[in-house]
Write a protein that binds this ligand. Structure first.
Ligand code: HEC
Ligand code: HEC
Ligand code: HEC
Ligand code: HEC
Ligand code: HEC
Ligand code: HEC
Ligand code: HEC
Ligand code: HEC
Length: 495
């Protein structure tokens, strides 16, 4: 059978000068080159239904005959695409959706064109955005090294077992295909049928079983962050629109940025249209949680509370003055600035300390990060030992304070009356800081404030304060906190 990437290579060479330059082997005018000379060994074919593999290319003008007609005056996909760098570089509809000759004949048969869920796979973009085609386009390989490429198996399995709720609650942030099709295209998730929801779980499970989660089940695919057809204007880098789907807060002081200031309502945090916080958000800020006035058997923050920490919302707070937002929430582009520093490695999402310039020199940043993290880690562990002392004294059980799945009191005792509110509040803040996982870098002032509130709560129970351990233990304790965080069973707290 004809390999799809060969036909793609031919089309690119025949019609598009710049793309041809990208592809070693095309420039010589030999009409397509050999497969070895063509892009990295990623092929759209694996994502297509067998029917489509027989199809031929028809060109974007053909697609526009049907997908270029305006409805209600809204710009069509074809019009939007024409404004993208892709269109200017000859990256056409069929470069991503595969050859369309059969689709044109039978448009309502979804086996004849690459569409949901597989179209959201990183492989679609990885055909070109990989180091084999051009070392400046190594985004695919970088992304492959990140956890965004992975699927959290627990979540997929719980989706299969419980398509009604796990899919619609967890898949928003844990399955890009669902995120892009159902959430970003605005389907009414709450009114989807269980059968419809089950499809996403089944496809994700299949991908996991093939040990190939990046096909459709990745936590955050290219398409979850980038709009494939549209120059959105949310972020322009060196004059190029990077087609972000959601805002990045470039405009400090803009109306959008004002929304994240203190005084914004919890609902705004929940639904906020932010490039990273659409997922790295502990389901918004629920006042019922921060006051912790109702029974809860679980730490009320998911591992995803980085945004809440950064803006200083969602901990158990005390009487004013509350120390909330500090410098880092004000950085233009926020998370992106530190985790996606320009240059090689950008799409691994790991922080490089040259991102801290010009505000801190590299040496200053290392020093500050270490000092702040050590200080927070050691006060967290002192807080933990203090809660253990309370548990031993009152329940003869050092883990009694941790009344959830983590080895505390048994389920029957998880009720309000066994655990004083002071311990609940202290414990909430303890987990809030651990789950954020930056140990003070995101918002040192708020992290310190929360630990202080926790200690003031326990003061009321007359449990003596505990001195921090020596600095030499900080690295070890940090590793412990991090491992405990990922393995915790108490993840399902998105109620
Ligand atoms: C003869 C008209 C026609 C042409 C030409 C055409 N399409 Fe379509 N296309 C349709 C119709 C009708 C549908 C199904 C209706 C729908 O789901 O919106 C569709 C659906 C799709 C879908 C799936 C959308 C979804 O919601 O899952 C994609 C992707 C797509 N077309 C891409 C293309 C591409 C790429 C081309 C050019 C190669 C093209 N189409 C050419 C009529 C056409
Ligand atoms: C860079 C790759 C890429 C190019 C180029 C591209 N698409 Fe898409 N397309 C996607 C991805 C990824 C999705 C799914 C994500 C989404 O809908 O935003 C998609 C979704 C769609 C859909 C279904 C969603 C909807 O909004 O109705 C249609 C129809 C479609 N594309 C048609 C086209 C047409 C027509 C062109 C050319 C004018 C085109 N695409 C060019 C990648 C691409
Ligand atoms: C057929 C090859 C091809 C495919 C497939 C492709 N791209 Fe591109 N993309 C390019 C080329 C070439 C450029 C222009 C690079 C340049 O000029 O800097 C580009 C540019 C971009 C840009 C603009 C930013 C910049 O600095 O140029 C973004 C964002 C982007 N692609 C994202 C995607 C995403 C997301 C997908 C998958 C949905 C995708 N691309 C699929 C070839 C491709
Ligand atoms: C608001 C978005 C969001 C929702 C909704 C969400 N999660 Fe998460 N979850 C995340 C993010 C982001 C992370 C990664 C945090 C990190 O690594 O710092 C994560 C991490 C996890 C982890 C740890 C992953 C690991 O590597 O060990 C598990 C398990 C998990 N989530 C399960 C669930 C389950 C089950 C649900 C539904 C009940 C759910 N999540 C709903 C955003 C979300
Ligand atoms: C978690 C969100 C996220 C994911 C996933 C993601 N990107 Fe990006 N991407 C961004 C952001 C944000 C930027 C702009 C960063 C900057 O330059 O400050 C960007 C920039 C880019 C650029 C422009 C780079 C440049 O040098 O100007 C390209 C091209 C690109 N991404 C392609 C991809 C491809 C291909 C994938 C999948 C393999 C991908 N991205 C996955 C968020 C994401
Ligand atoms: C579509 C949802 C989604 C979006 C958007 C998203 N993330 Fe993530 N992110 C996740 C999930 C889920 C994980 C955890 C994956 C795992 O553990 O396997 C994660 C993991 C991470 C990690 C690694 C955490 C660890 O514990 O190793 C970093 C760092 C990160 N994301 C930063 C970002 C940044 C920066 C952005 C914005 C540019 C962003 N994310 C956008 C869902 C998302
Ligand atoms: C001032 C720079 C900065 C900003 C802004 C920032 N981060 Fe971080 N982030 C860091 C540093 C530094 C770490 C700690 C890395 C370490 O300890 O190894 C970190 C840790 C993390 C982690 C845990 C990663 C891991 O490896 O365990 C996640 C997830 C994360 N950040 C996501 C985000 C998100 C989402 C945002 C925006 C809401 C954000 N960060 C804003 C610098 C920043
Ligand atoms: C846009 C400017 C800017 C960037 C970029 C920036 N910071 Fe900061 N940072 C500040 C300001 C302002 C303060 C607070 C004033 C002070 O303490 O000097 C601060 C404070 C800190 C603190 C001290 C917190 C405390 O009170 O203990 C740490 C740690 C820190 N930054 C780490 C980093 C790291 C690591 C990076 C890069 C990954 C980074 N920052 C990037 C502006 C920035």
């Amino acid at each position: 059978m004809r390999r799809w990437f060969v036909s793609w290579g031919l089309a690119a060479c025949a019609s598009v000068a710049l793309l041809a330059v990208l592809l070693a082997g095309c420039g010589g005018g030999d009409g397509g080159g050999t497969p070895q000379q063509l892009p990295a060994p990623v092929s759209l074919e694996t994502l297509m239904a067998p029917e489509q593999r027989q199809a031929a290319l028809v060109g974007a003008d053909k697609c526009a005959e049907c997908h270029g007609k305006r409805q209600n005056g809204e710009k069509t996909i074809h019009e939007e695409w024409q404004n993208t760098i892709h269109a200017k570089r000859g990256v056409s509809c069929e470069s991503c959706h595969g050859p369309g000759s059969l689709h044109v004949q039978t448009p309502n048969d979804d086996k004849t064109i690459l569409t949901f869920p597989n179209i959201t796979s990183g492989l679609v973009c990885g055909q070109c955005h990989n180091s084999h085609t051009n070392q400046n386009l190594a985004q695919y390989q970088e992304w492959e090294q990140s956890t965004h490429r992975e699927a959290v198996a627990d979540v997929i399995e719980s989706g299969v077992a419980n398509p009604g709720s796990s899919v619609s609650t967890c898949f928003r942030c844990h399955n890009s295909a669902f995120k892009v099709e159902a959430v970003d295209r605005g389907l009414d998730i709450n009114n989807m049928t269980v059968e419809d929801l089950a499809i996403y779980a089944e496809r994700a499970e299949e991908a996991l079983q093939q040990n190939d989660p990046h096909q459709v089940a990745s936590s955050a695919n290219c398409a979850a962050c980038h709009h494939p057809h549209k120059a959105t204007g949310y972020m322009v880098v060196d004059g190029k629109d990077v087609q972000l789907r959601h805002q990045s807060f470039v405009a400090a002081g803009s109306a959008e940025t004002q929304k994240i200031r203190p005084g914004a309502t919890p609902a705004e945090y929940t639904s906020f249209n932010h490039a990273c916080a659409q997922c790295h958000n502990g389901r918004g800020v629920n006042p019922a949680d921060s006051a912790l006035e109702r029974a809860t058997a679980r730490p009320s923050m998911h591992d995803s509370n980085q945004y809440n920490m950064m803006v200083g919302q969602g901990g158990s707070e005390d009487t004013p003055p509350i120390v909330r937002v500090k410098a880092h929430a004000e950085i233009p582009t926020q998370c992106i600035r530190c985790h996606m520093n320009r240059g090689p490695g950008q799409h691994t999402f790991t922080v490089k300390l040259d991102a801290c310039a010009p505000c801190h020199s590299a040496a200053d940043a290392v020093q500050r990060q270490q000092t702040t993290q050590n200080n927070i880690i050691l006060s967290l562990s002192a807080l933990q030992r203090r809660m253990e002392n309370w548990g031993t004294a009152t329940h003869n059980n050092a883990r009694a304070w941790d009344y959830s799945a983590l080895g505390g009191l048994p389920a029957a005792n998880q009720t309000n009356d066994k655990i004083p509110l002071e311990i609940k509040r202290a414990r909430h803040n303890y987990y809030f800081v651990i789950r954020d996982a930056s140990f003070g870098v995101h918002n040192a002032a708020y992290a310190r404030y929360l630990i202080d509130v926790a200690n003031r709560q326990i003061d009321k129970l007359n449990v003596p304060r505990v001195a921090p351990e020596p600095k030499s233990r900080a690295a070890e304790i940090k590793a412990l906190f991090k491992s405990q965080r990922a393995k915790s069973e108490a993840h399902g707290m998105m109620d």
